[in-house]
Design a protein around this ligand. Sequence first.
Ligand code: ADP
Length: 164
Amino acid sequence: MTKKCVRAIFPGSFDPITNGHLDVIERGMKLFDELIIAVGRSPVKNQLFTPEERVEMIDELIREKKMTNISVESFEGLTVGYATGKKADVILRGLRSLTDVQYEFQLAMTNRAVAGIETIFIMTSEQYGFTSSTLIREVASLGGDLSKLIPNNVYERIKKHLKE
Ligand code: ADP
């Protein structure tokens, strides 16, 4: 039997990417043959970085960590439209809490009903269970220490951003 080649997309806002996202990506890479990180271009509440900046930071991380079979790009519109265009087999999403489960459950069911695409979930590592981009943006604006929660290159950009 020939082995199936599984291409997954990991869609999200990634404003900014956190160590929680990275953890899901690193574990996801072990499950799939190819992983595309897909940065949504739809407007985010209190946007910190432009989609281009978000893609750039993720690309830096891919290169720094020498990750293979993984790429990043931005997309506009419906996630399932993008996934179908990329001939993706599955959508990857992360789960932190029961609140996430409730929302993600609805999203996954809708995506399957609309496009017949399955969603695979990866549970967060305990240490990132409380990490969200929204909180990172808030703590950043108040000057809190984020060194344990986000990658170095992201932290440097945030500091630069705050100085401007
Ligand atoms: P969205 O706006 O689409 O929810 P996010 O960038 O906030 O985009 O999150 C993308 C995905 O990563 C979501 O499935 C979210 O649940 C998951 N995620 C975010 N933070 C974490 C974390 N700390 N641990 C595990 N999964 C996470």
